[in-house]
Design a protein around this ligand. Structure first.
Ligand SMILES: Nc1ncnc2c1ncn2[C@@H]1O[C@H](COP(=O)(O)OP(=O)(O)OP(=O)(O)O)[C@@H](O)[C@H]1O
Ligand SMILES: [Mg+2]
Ligand SMILES: [Zn+2]
Length: 324
């Protein structure tokens, strides 16, 4: 009641026959109760940004003749707003009505432009090879309630935050671990982050990359093997997912290694993801390549927790507690 009426504290104290200190204490109590109840807390009430008609005068519109002009004044002007911008005189109501569609058109245009920008961004992500399922994935919303997840996330976060440095020095990351632990999600998040910053990034599975190279061997192919290898080696950041997943032929492995070789020579960063376990992955990649991947501060990150596929998106605190 106190805050609704916006009465000064001494007046309320008088009305209720209690001391001003008691009024303040009551208001605090009620505020706390509201906060607990999830209703709007007293202390953070949004200031009223409405207007009030503070004066009227006779005016004449060139086109529509005489009308009564109203002066509108901001109820709670922000402190730094200059005096002459705190109120304004309304124009002819008929002109207002005529201009309304134009105002709406412009508002719609602004809204459309925003939607178009979003669509354009998504198109860029698709063009970078991010699969539709992962098109909205980003690094920042990747859940990291478990200690092990958090360790991984911190590394990936700082990788993204130092992306210029990463690209300049060709720092690599290798994600490995069980299915459904969020490797592809995070890798796509990195691609997105890089693309948003105006660099070129590409997501591809090893099978997809090898398939693209192989398709150049067929007669009538417009691209040569060299063209495709160039594309993979030129891009500022490349994600190669599902390393060691399919029944790799010697040729597939050789192609993967050639891509990595080219990128290594150019100091370009690559992010690999695999659901091989550590030992099998080391064996698959070989010591020399592992050493290279670790150069320039590269990291192998173990996604060592249960699949997140069966779960709903974990976003409540209780979910996080259960994970610990
Ligand atoms: N930490 C997380 N936060 C939010 N979503 C997650 C997280 N981990 C996994 N997911 C979601 O779970 C699903 C499986 O994750 P993802 O496909 O990235 O797993 P993966 O490790 O690549 O599995 P695989 O080895 O089978 O390719 C996805 O929908 C992904 O968005
Ligand atoms: Mg995956
Ligand atoms: Zn008018």
């Amino acid at each position: 009641m106190v805050h609704q009426d916006r009465l000064p504290v001494p007046e309320v104290a008088d009305l209720l026959g209690i001391t001003p200190e008691q009024v303040v204490a009551l208001v605090k109590l009620e505020g706390a109760a509201r906060q607990r109840a999830g209703t709007f807390p007293l202390t953070s009430a949004v200031p009223d940004r409405g207007h009030t008609v503070t004066a009227t005068k006779d005016a004449v519109c060139d086109q529509h003749g005489p009308y009564l002009s109203e002066q509108w004044t901001l109820n709670n002007p922000p402190e730094r707003l200059p005096e002459n911008m705190r109120s304004f005189w309304g124009q002819c109501p008929q002109c207002d009505r005529i201009q309304q569609p134009e105002v709406e058109r412009r508002t719609a245009e602004i809204r459309n432009r925003k939607a178009n920008q979003d669509a354009l961004r998504k198109e860029q992500f698709r063009a970078s090879g991010i699969p539709e399922r992962y098109i909205d994935c980003d690094v920042w919303h990747w859940q990291h309630g478990m200690e092990k997840q958090r360790e991984v996330w911190e590394v990936v976060k700082s990788y993204c935050m130092r992306i210029e440095d990463v690209i300049q020095h060709g720092r690599c990351l290798v994600f490995f671990g069980e299915k459904g632990t969020g490797k592809t999600h995070l890798a796509c998040g990195i691609v997105r982050h890089v693309v948003e910053r105006g660099w070129a990034a590409m997501y591809e599975t090893v099978a997809g990359a090898v398939g693209r190279i192989r398709s150049t061997y067929s007669k009538g192919s417009e691209e040569t093997e060299r063209d495709v290898l160039d594309q993979f080696s030129r891009v500022d950041l490349l994600v190669l997912d599902e390393v060691g997943r399919q029944s790799d032929s010697a040729h597939d492995r050789e192609m993967l290694f050639r891509i990595l070789d080219l990128r290594y020579a150019d100091l370009k960063p690559t992010v690999l993801a695999s659901n091989l376990e550590r030992k099998a992955l080391y064996e698959f990649l070989g010591q020399a390549l592992c050493d290279r991947l670790l150069e320039a501060g590269g990291r192998f990150l173990n996604f060592d927790w249960a699949s997140q596929r069966s779960r709903r998106r974990p976003d409540s605190d209780t979910d996080k507690e259960q994970d610990r």
